[in-house]
Write a protein that binds this ligand. Structure first.
Ligand code: GRG
Length: 295
């Protein structure tokens, strides 16, 4: 049987093909911006958010092509956030996904524009009729992504994160920050699959609860990797939270308790999927992969 890692790899190549088509290079004078967008989107990353969309939508028999467009849109928003997060005004990083960050490879202005253009392109993709024939479904997808990416989601979380450099947070505040900064987009990915699948309300709620737990497990594991991971393996600079004087799940709980906490959220995530029986076995395996990953 194909492992979740292999499945993730296979779906990554389909996501790459979709991104390749959506971010087609041409010979216009503005070609450089597309080059920067492609540089940061193609051929890298674990593609966990796209995988969540593909798997949650497949529970409801959604056509893979439609799901891939939504998956590519959410990955574009994720990539925009990474480009902006790496800028000198934010984390000032040189390495991302094992290669030079966008502003190092191009320049700061181009990196800002590439992030902006990826964010807007994502909404263009969701709004096109080819994504879904139903205007109501398209508008639900747009609303979910706008909420997850904006000031009550990822951007809000990033704001709190920046503020936390001068004022270390308590555990509860860290959970809130992470739910916004990382959790919102993960939850949006799973929700989008359910929207595409016209899922019944009860099943939507179950998937939402799964995504919430997975988001926490993901973030705690990310904190552990920041402390314990090797830069070459993780593909980005490690030890950053400590250097920035930020409190994290690991700095407050210690590594062992944090690892147990991640496993606890993984288990809770799995329990939320009971209603789907064997159909959700890949989502269950993904939750386990998220807490055992090394990058
Ligand atoms: C700049 C608006 C704005 C937001 C930035 C998501 C984010 C907010 C910053 C990324 C920095 C970071 C390390 C966040 C912690 C968790 C996280 C989102 C890690 C990166 O996601 P992965 O591991 O990355 O899925 P890949 O490269 O595999 O896609």
């Amino acid at each position: 049987m194909e492992s979740v890692k292999e499945k993730l790899l296979n779906s990554s190549s389909s996501v790459d093909q979709t991104l390749d088509v959506l971010l087609k290079l041409d010979e216009r004078p503005e070609r450089r911006i597309i080059e920067a967008m492609r540089y940061s989107c193609l051929g890298g990353g674990k593609r966990i958010r796209p995988f969540l969309i593909l798997e949650s939508s497949s529970l409801f028999g959604v056509d893979a092509q439609a799901a891939l467009r939504v998956a590519a849109a959410i990955e574009m928003v994720h990539c925009y956030s990474l480009i902006h997060d790496d800028l000198p005004a934010m984390d000032n990083d040189d390495l991302r996904r094992g290669k030079a960050t966008c502003h190092k490879q191009f320049d700061e202005a181009t990196a800002i524009l590439a992030g902006d253009a990826l964010l807007t392109k994502a909404f263009e993709v969701l709004s096109e009729t080819i994504t879904d024939a139903s205007g109501e479904v398209r508008s639900e997808l747009v609303l979910a992504l706008a909420r997850a990416a904006g000031h009550k989601g990822m951007v809000g979380g990033q704001m709190i994160d920046l503020l936390s450099e001068s004022q270390p947070l308590e555990l509860e505040e860290i959970s809130y920050l992470q739910r916004l900064k990382t959790g919102a987009l993960i939850e949006c990915a799973v929700e989008s699959g359910a929207i595409l699948g016209r899922a019944p309300e009860f099943e939507k709620r179950k998937l939402g609860a799964y995504a919430f737990e997975v988001g926490l497990a993901f973030q705690i594991t990310d904190d552990l990797l920041d402390v314990e991971g090797e830069e070459a393996q993780v593909g980005k600079k490690t030890g950053k939270d400590k250097d920035a004087g930020k409190a994290t799940f690991v700095s407050i709980l210690g590594a062992e308790k944090a690892r147990n906490q991640a496993l606890f959220h993984c288990q809770k995530a799995i329990e939320e999927l009971e209603v789907f029986g064997d159909r959700a076995s890949i989502l269950r395996d993904l939750a386990k992969f998220i807490v055992t990953r090394s990058s």
